[in-house]
Design a protein around this ligand. Sequence first.
Ligand SMILES: Cc1cc2nc3c(=O)[nH]c(=O)nc-3n(C[C@H](O)[C@H](O)[C@H](O)COP(=O)(O)OP(=O)(O)OC[C@H]3O[C@@H](n4cnc5c(N)ncnc54)[C@H](O)[C@@H]3O)c2cc1C
Length: 502
Amino acid sequence: MNVLANPDTASSAPKPAEHFDVLIVGAGISGIGSAYHLTQQMPDKSFVILETQESFGGTWLTHKYPGIRSDSDLHTFGYRFKPWVGPPIATSEEIKAYMGEVIAENDLARHIRYKHRIERASWSSATNLWTVDAVRTDSGEPTTFTANFLWMCQGYYRHSEGYTPEWTGMDKFKGRIVHPQRWPEDIALKDKKVVVIGSGATAATLIPAIAGECAHVTMLQRSPTYFRVGRNAIELAETLRQLQVKEEWIHEIVRRKILFEQDAFTQRCIAEPEQVKKELISQITAVLGPDYDVEKHFTPNYRPWRQRIAFVPDADLFEGIKSGKASVVTDEIDRFTEKGILLKSGEELEADIIVTATGFNLCVLGDIAFSIDGKPLNFGDTVTYRGMMFTGVPNLVWVFGYFRASWTLRTDLVADFVCRLLAHMKKKGAKKVVPALRAEDHNMPLLSWIDPENFNPGYMMRNMNLLPKRGDKPEWQHSQDYWAEKDEIPAIDLDDAAFAYD
Ligand SMILES: Cc1cc2nc3c(=O)[nH]c(=O)nc-3n(C[C@H](O)[C@H](O)[C@H](O)COP(=O)(O)OP(=O)(O)OC[C@H]3O[C@@H](n4cnc5c(N)ncnc54)[C@H](O)[C@@H]3O)c2cc1C
């Protein structure tokens, strides 16, 4: 290298692309878990993780609103390979600390490039490589990578902004409107009247966390949501710990117990939805008492489990309501006013701060412009292979976790699949694998990515056209069923005609 080169000329010349066998997009819980499995199962593969943000954590770094915590237990939201030793429901700080330990214990930090936002990914059949163009978010400098395989761990929603519907009069409101995904550091809640729009997991965690500080907090919902109430502890884990059982064993035993019980619960939701509904609602009545209008505020009009059921540890949301610091209004917004929100019923809710806990903007594959041999790729035109790969898209796997069970259970399963696929390609001497419809699939009806009868969260329903299509056979569906996939994914025949190798 010529160390005396003119620095101006040197910096303006485009840097040559760096090459890796595998490029992982995103350093959230999926990206870090995938990197771990790759190092364990395919230690010879070179790899890099590119991440837009300045640190790891993904969801748990982006969301900074008060009370942010998991709504699934960390025995199953944690990885199968690293015991979770705390209470089952964890704060974002605890989840980040756990991920930090995985990074440190497995020497993963040297593989991660932070502040790298990927903008384009182009596949070339001439070289059998992906070319990935990223921009450094600190300097604006473009950087290019090439990779044989793309492991997409970018999650499912846009991290830079949340979803806020447009309501008439928002510009007239004299107070402050805040989305939980962009929680301002300077916000003062003391003695303020706060209205939180929404009743999902975010509202359910935020409200008890701020109720003590505000003058009053109102949860404004169009329609009620299901909640589960329980102690933030797992008795079996506590007992095993008293018996000084090894943490590795406790983790495995408790995972199995939780998964067994969740399976039974899911089956019951299908077999006897009315009974399950009654039980869930009676947990709330037990806290709020018989005089509270549970029918109006906490009785959803959909079957349990069609949307994720938020867990409320120690009933803190309901204790807040019982104490009078928080309340629930079930009504529709007519418009925003100077003083707050005018409801369709004619009531006006006064507010100093309005929090729009109204969800996410679905983001398909990280807002990256994909192309194949120069032709722009629209994922909506592809058919998914088991929610992991896409017809016509070579050497790419997307990690899309579970909603009804912990997301990360699927991260582990998909990682085993990717490593097995990479090993199979090596054995065959193949440079390329691409899912393709088989002869028997050609007349298959093509449906939307998920069946709205099965699962229908708002951010999915708003953007279904952007998502790949689903067929009518298990190979071409994204089932969201951990209990089936835990056996099906390891048993996938990699020589099936659904995989074309080159
Ligand atoms: C508030 C909240 C609570 C949740 N609680 C639970 C729970 O308790 N249990 C559960 O199972 N699920 C939960 N979920 C769902 C949750 O998002 C997932 O479980 C999980 O954290 C997703 O991890 P991930 O790594 O796949 O994606 P993410 O956490 O979304 O991380 C993706 C990363 O990829 C990066 N990235 C994206 N695009 C690009 C690009 N173009 N270039 C470079 N980097 C990019 C992002 O910056 C981000 O850091 C929750 C979601 C939210 C929002």
